[in-house]
Design a binder for this molecule. Sequence first.
Ligand SMILES: C[S@@+](CC[C@H](N)C(=O)[O-])C[C@H]1O[C@@H](n2cnc3c(N)ncnc32)[C@H](O)[C@@H]1O
Length: 113
Amino acid sequence: MAGDFFADALPAADAYVLMEIRHDWADAECVAILSAVRRAAPRGATVLVVESILSDAEPDPRGRTLDIVMLAVTGGRERTAGELATLFERAGLSPGPVVDTGGPLRIAEATAV
Ligand SMILES: C[S@@+](CC[C@H](N)C(=O)[O-])C[C@H]1O[C@@H](n2cnc3c(N)ncnc32)[C@H](O)[C@@H]1O
């Protein structure tokens, strides 16, 4: 379904996948996107964010480099799992686990509460 996640109502669904969406945006726009998901999501729906999530413990140079690129090109940024959790909470979503994929992307899970 085509649409503008800043302007259009999103469909109700059991799960929402946002792959490399949030890193395009500053925090305020990320919260707006996640809030649009939360307004549409039934209680218990799952939200999966697939991104190059930064690790404080083991900084991956690919994510750090992409962080600079996103800032320069879109005004967005890469984020740590903790920073993503804060954005989830600001949008009324409950942060869950962050899952490694074996590749450069990781999956941050949240639930509509
Ligand atoms: C970095 S791309 C990621 C695309 C895809 N998820 C992927 O991983 O290949 C960001 C996407 O956000 C979409 N996008 C940007 N602004 C949007 C808006 N206001 N409403 C809906 N989609 C938007 C763009 O069209 C683009 O497809």
